[in-house]
Design a protein around this ligand. Structure first.
Ligand SMILES: *Cc1c(COP(=O)(O)O)cnc(C)c1O
Length: 361
């Protein structure tokens, strides 16, 4: 045993497992395990990236003013209330670090994103898992689980890996019912996939205890570059900025994100294509006897008879070069999470599931 011990909570952390990207012995694979954009990112972002290598000896600016101004313009938000981070994961980390510590409780839900308990432990706080109802976040159960130690409630809306949503009235009821000193975090990683959805920004504006996080990793197709942002009341933003490293985003990240957010036509096209192929895929799987909840995101949660069938189908799909995500770790052992690909990707999934259901091994 080492005499050098980490802080309380650190050894409770179970390492995050990312989606697989290769299958041994199969060369033509389609990766549908990490909710990445099948169309990549906008051409404008690629061009900006190409040019961004010219001044690598220069430090980036520290306040992200240009990017925050553009985000503010696109989403009709006050740029002063925006903070940018290394993926939205970094914003979530700032929130946990600033608002929870030893003795405090951090609520997440039964099938909630696995980063939430990790971040709670990293802050030395106690993660508290609350049951969902049929794979939907249950506001009453969360309110019932709150104590005077509850500091943060993390909810992804739409949720990952279920793809379901909490309505804005329900979210408002939750925010209003939280104990004094507890903040509600609306993780909007998939918000852009919902036509007309503000990610919960209006609720941030209406209250003093609500934060929204967003990312360039999903609809913008920039998961590899690591850019996200948060929107919150001014006093919360001022708190989060205290723990943010001044140069947390590189000049390359800033330049590419600025180009990407200017290209809303790309975002609109991705949203439409995703909705179209998501419906097609859900329908095709249903015809093969594999149901799913109506998804609001860029993946569907396919439900099988039991864990054995889900794993057998996953194995078969892998043998065919189709990589999806097992979600037993999210309390969904009989399900597989399948990212909505492009047309060819979706057709490959449907074909493989059909073959599997017809007895292929
Ligand atoms: C993908 C995802 C994120 C985004 O992570 P980044 O750090 O922005 O890449 C956040 N929350 C959920 C629920 C996600 O699925």
């Amino acid at each position: 045993m080492s005499r050098i011990s980490p802080q309380p909570g650190i050894m409770e952390i179970e390492l995050y497992v990312g989606g697989k990207s290769t299958v041994e012995g199969v060369s033509d694979v389609v990766k549908l395990s990490s909710n990445e954009n099948p169309y990549g990112c906008s051409d404008a972002a690629k061009t900006a990236h190409g040019k961004s290598g010219l001044n690598l000896h220069r430090y980036p600016n520290t306040d992200h003013a240009d990017l925050r101004a553009l985000i503010g313009e696109v989403h009709d938000l006050d740029p002063a209330q925006i903070i940018c981070g290394v993926g939205s994961d970094e914003i979530l980390q700032f929130i946990a670090q600033c608002y929870a510590g030893p003795g405090d409780e951090v609520i997440y839900t039964e099938h909630g994103f696995s980063m939430y308990p990790i971040l709670a432990h990293a802050a030395g706080a106690t993660p508290v898992k609350v049951a969902e109802r049929e794979r939907v976040v249950d506001v009453d159960a969360i309110l019932a689980a709150c104590t005077d130690k509850t500091r943060i409630v993390f909810i992804a809306n739409p949720a990952n890996p279920t793809g379901t949503m909490v309505g804005s009235n329900e979210m408002a009821r939750l925010a209003a019912g939280l104990p004094e000193g507890c903040v509600l975090v609306q993780d909007g990683a998939y918000a852009e996939f919902v036509e007309g959805f503000d990610g919960g920004a209006a609720l941030v504006n209406a209250r003093d205890n609500v934060i929204m996080t967003r990312t360039f990793s999903k609809i913008y197709g920039l998961g590899g570059l690591r850019i996200g942002w948060g929107y919150a009341p001014q006093d919360i933003i001022d708190v989060l900025n205290r723990v943010r490293q001044p140069f947390n985003l590189s000049a390359v990240q800033l330049t590419v994100a600025e180009a990407a957010i200017r290209d809303q036509a790309f975002v609109q096209k991705c949203r439409e294509d995703n909705a179209r192929w998501r419906a097609w895929l859900a329908e095709a799987l249903m015809e093969h006897g594999v149901p799913s909840d109506t998804s609001c995101a860029n993946f569907i949660l396919a439900r099988f008879a039991d864990q054995e069938e889900a794993e057998a189908c996953d194995d078969y799909m892998k043998s065919q070069g189709v990589i999806v995500r097992r979600v037993a770790g999210y309390g969904l052992p009989n399900c597989l999470r399948i990212t909505v690909g492009d047309e060819a990707g979706c057709r490959r999934v449907a074909h493989a599931v059909g073959q599997f259901k017809a007895g292929a091994k």
